[in-house]
Structure formats: C-alpha cells, structure tokens
Design a protein around this ligand. Structure first.
Ligand code: ZN
Length: 77
C-alpha cells in the first residue's frame, strides 16, 4: 500500500491506531517513540516516529518508521 492509501485507510478505520490522550506534548511523543515499541503502521517494521493524527474518533497515535513517515508527509502535503 502506498502512503496515500494508508492515509485513506487510517481515516476510514481510525481504530487501527491506538487512542492518544487529548493533551499530547513533545515529551509524550518522545516517550512513545523512545521508551515503547510499536510496529510501523505502514510496513510493520519497528516504528521510529510517533505523531498524533486527528481522526473522527479523536486523537490517535500514528507510529511510523522513518521511510513511511517521509512518504506520509509527502502524501499529506
Ligand atoms: Zn514503515
């Protein structure tokens, strides 16, 4: 699946992502990235980036490896 397809899938199926607290700050993102292990939602490899996606169900964690993060950034711009 390409990055655009992934974004559409996650928009329609936000439950694929873990719920994020409503007040995520940079420290919380660092903690999730550095202290926890999550699979990349794009390819399944260990995620190296954690960002928060605004979904119809509220904020959700979007865990991505570097490669998928770059692709999603491009697809989302
Ligand atoms: Zn990936």
């Amino acid at each position: 699946m390409n990055a655009t397809g992934l974004l559409y899938l996650l928009r329609d199926e936000p439950t694929l992502m873990d719920p994020a607290p409503p007040d995520v700050d940079a420290q919380a993102m660092d903690r999730r990235r550095d202290d926890e292990t999550h699979p990349c939602l794009g390819c399944g490899n260990p995620a190296q980036c954690a960002v928060v996606a605004d979904t119809k169900l509220g904020p959700r964690w979007l865990d991505l490896c570097h490669g998928c993060f770059q692709e999603v950034r491009v697809a989302n711009s």
